[in-house]
Design a protein around this ligand. Structure first.
Ligand SMILES: [Zn+2]
Length: 298
């Protein structure tokens, strides 16, 4: 499937930033694509655009063209998101939660996953920075979608049981701040599922700067370890990591693709990585729970 991306507008201005994974400021050139380029952090190896376009300029790229792309691919993307959630054990989590459980999809595009969650009994809502896509979701699917970033939505602390984001974090200028906000809006014990292209995957290794995820709209390209480090640094406990996708459709005969897809998932070199992480239950609750167990054991 083709990945949608805009070319940088000539009016965009660049700024230098420090590494979001380790805070380091040293960089080495990595991939030069002409009108944008990626650097590699000299300290932790994270690959990201540095210098990068200013966040306000990046936000302007998500317009009507992006809406058309999302509408065309909504069914296919929903199918992939559900497969990913399945691999992360979503159904078991869902079954264990009481009624009134709350689901949030950040970067929800036209809200296909939000609509799916509502049908499964969740109180679900979405956040989408592309105004036309959010408006389409509200009008056509009838689901609640807030236009803007997660931070713009300013949800109350501890509102959600499950926060999902698929192919979002690599677009965000400040992925660490995003994860901190996900942590804040989750209930204690709540879950966070993060899906992003895998720079450790077979396709990234095979194609280098020609990898399909090396596009102007991806300001970060995470390795599995870099993503896990960022997630841990924001207080989460990672529970499960999966990767999938051995080779893109059309790049190999069907039998080879099937074999590579199977091996990629089994051995962790898939093209996409997904991490399920949990916000710890508060220390107070943990102590109370342990005390109850002790009393029960007497
Ligand atoms: Zn770094």
């Amino acid at each position: 499937m083709k990945t949608f991306s805009k070319h940088p507008a000539p009016s965009e201005r660049l700024e230098r930033v420090s590494c979001p994974v380790c805070g380091g400021r040293g960089i080495r050139p990595f991939w030069d694509l002409g009108d944008f380029s990626f650097s590699r952090c000299a300290d932790c190896g994270h690959v990201y655009q540095n210098p990068r376009p200013r966040p306000s300029d990046l936000a302007l790229r998500y317009d009507n063209e992006y809406l058309d792309y999302e509408v065309r691919n909504a069914e296919a993307y929903l199918r992939l998101m559900l497969l990913g959630l399945g691999d992360l054990g979503f159904e078991a989590i869902e079954a264990a939660l009481p009624s009134g459980r709350r689901f949030l999809d950040v970067g929800c595009a036209t809200g296909a996953l939000v609509e799916h969650a509502v049908r499964r009994g969740w109180e679900a809502e979405g956040v989408e920075v592309c105004g036309p896509a959010a408006e389409y979701g509200r009008r056509v699917r009838g689901v609640p979608i807030r236009t803007g970033t997660l931070q713009d939505a300013a949800f109350p602390e501890g509102r959600f049981d499950f926060v999902h984001s698929s192919h979002l974090i690599e677009h965000l200028p400040e992925p660490g701040e995003f994860l901190a906000e996900v942590f804040r809006v989750l209930k204690p014990g709540g879950y966070c599922a993060t899906v992003t292209p895998n720079r450790d995957g077979l396709q990234a290794r095979l194609f280098g700067g020609g990898w399909r995820s090396v596009i102007a709209d991806h300001v970060h390209l995470f390795s599995r370890s870099g993503l896990l480090r960022l997630i841990r640094a924001r207080g989460f406990t990672p529970l499960r990591t999966v990767t999938w996708g051995g080779i893109a459709l059309g790049l190999a005969p069907a039998s080879v693709k099937a074999l590579l897809d199977h091996s990629a998932k089994a051995f962790g070199f898939g093209d996409v990585v997904a991490v399920l992480a949990r916000k710890p239950i508060s220390v107070t609750k943990l102590v109370k729970r342990q005390a109850r167990r002790r009393i029960g054991a007497v």
